[in-house]
Design a protein around this ligand. Sequence first.
Ligand SMILES: C[S@@+](CC[C@H](N)C(=O)[O-])C[C@H]1O[C@@H](n2cnc3c(N)ncnc32)[C@H](O)[C@@H]1O
Length: 270
Amino acid sequence: MQLGLLKALYIDQLTKLYSYSEAENLFYITLQWLEKKSKTAVILGQETLLVDTYQLILKELLEGSPIQYLIHEAPFYGLDFYVDENVLIPRPETEELVHWVITENQNSEYKILDIGTGSGCISIVLAKHLSRATVSACDISLEALSVARKNAQSQGVTIDFFQHNILNGNIGHFDLIVSNPPYISFAEKNTMHQNVLDHEPHLALFVNHDNPLIFYQAITKQAKAYGTTCYFETSEFYKKEFDQWLTSQELQYTWKEDFQGKSRFLKVQF
Ligand SMILES: C[S@@+](CC[C@H](N)C(=O)[O-])C[C@H]1O[C@@H](n2cnc3c(N)ncnc32)[C@H](O)[C@@H]1O
């Protein structure tokens, strides 16, 4: 079958769920992953023998599965990460958080901890770019830790991964903490895309508590004992609550906006 016809089929079907450009992009991601070919192959009118596999992937996409879980690959800060349904798919906003940390901590010999590491994307990129630092990472989920270890191994970095429930206290001494913890309240659930809700781990997304700042407060409390600087990703909707809480604690903090001008990143210092 001609790749052009398959592309037309993908677009015809996937525009029921996605915009035209997203549907087209999903076809090109599949093409690249299955056959290591770019859009030129379509322009040149090339044929494929893998029609059944394309159909299978299309069926899963129509059921709302994120393409990253189907191909077990997600890009992050110029690297490819293995992902499965045990870990959050790394988001572009998190690349901005990591970029901030890298820019401000070049040449440091810090002991760094990534809390809620998931796929390991934050800790692995930090280990690659801050070669003099020592990087550790924890998560409550053993399944996530096994994905993170696999990624660290394939990226050739050494990270001390350990299981830890951050709400249970004591993480010990680190110079710098980076965290993108769960921050979505159950009240916000119905504002989210169905394919995120159906496929991404709820343990990574939701705060199972009335207080959506609970993770940040637990981490900050532990960091304070050692004077550890914390870099966080959060939701712009909590800025007011954060400002009130951080001011009441007399903590020094800085907000950083994401590329859309939303206050999404926070640095807390002691
Ligand atoms: C929003 S995801 C972030 C994943 C990854 N760091 C990223 O940025 O793509 C939050 C992570 O926190 C972990 N987590 C949830 N509750 C936790 C807890 N009580 N203690 C430690 N980690 C927790 C989840 O398993 C999940 O991997």
